[in-house]
Design a protein around this ligand. Structure first.
Ligand code: AP5
Length: 209
């Protein structure tokens, strides 16, 4: 099953994509994680992306489309995948249509005020991509999966978060209509607890939990 997770920053796309990918045994393809890894490694793509990400802006379409096209051609994608954070603009969605067939688009719906709280408390592992919230860490500072130090993302600072939300409403929200027209969109309430949201997504996908 080829799935897109759509939703504003902090809606829980990354958190739920990890859980659903484990359940369905398919890879999670997070363009945000790919770009952050490239920045950490100091590659040319990472250097190009940094100024956009730090400002809460989207990385140019041509940069990201090539990355995703290359990634979807890898062997582990033959049985399906979850695209987490791509597409994010109508041109990206149109490009995706030329090299992939999508079965379902899950829209995670969460109000802006909840998103700001989630993002300011988020801590991430830059090594394995695991995501946590301060409220669940009980003072723990290392990743439970790989032991790496957890960090706050630079783009989770208050002023950048507000800009990312503006960018989402202006540039990414139009994709809701784009996929509604194709009868692929399934809206899920992402403001529920982690397990209820997980169950609602599995149900929307017609998969067994
Ligand atoms: P990216 O990393 O994709 O960021 P994003 O879409 O802004 O999404 P987030 O990772 O912030 O949120 P999420 O929905 O995954 O939430 P999470 O599960 O972490 O992109 C970063 C940047 O890269 C972009 O700004 C852009 O510059 C660039 N980029 C990436 N893709 C691009 C593209 N296609 N085109 C152009 N540029 C691109 O959860 C958030 C927090 O909430 C966590 O702490 C979590 O523990 C908590 N939480 C989650 N679910 C729940 C719940 N149900 N209840 C309580 N807490 C919860």
């Amino acid at each position: 099953m080829n799935i897109i997770f759509l939703g504003p920053p902090g809606a829980g796309k990354g958190t739920q994509a990890q859980k659903i990918c484990d359940a369905l045994n398919i890879p999670q393809i997070s363009t945000g994680d790919i770009l952050r890894r490239a920045m950490k490694e100091g590659t040319e793509t990472g250097r190009k992306a940094k100024s956009f990400i730090d400002a809460g802006q989207l990385v140019p379409d041509d940069v990201i489309i090539d990355i995703v096209k290359e990634r979807l051609a890898m062997d582990d994608c033959t049985k399906g995948y979850i695209l987490d954070g791509f597409p994010r603009t109508v041109p990206q969605a149109e490009a995706l249509d030329t090299f992939a067939t999508i079965d379902s688009v899950i829209e995670l719906d969460v109000a802006d005020q909840v998103l700001v709280d989630r993002l300011s408390g988020r801590r991430v592992c830059l090594k394995c991509g695991a995501t946590y919230h301060l409220s669940m860490l009980n003072g723990e500072t290392r990743c439970a999966k790989c032991g790496e130090d957890l960090v706050q993302r630079d783009d989770d600072k208050a002023e950048t978060v507000l800009n990312r939300l503006k960018v989402y409403h202006a540039q990414t929200a139009p994709l809701i209509g784009y996929y509604e027209k194709k009868s692929l969109l399934k809206k899920v309430d992402g403001a529920q607890g982690l397990e209820n949201t997980f169950a609602a997504i599995m149900n929307a996908l017609g998969a067994k939990a």
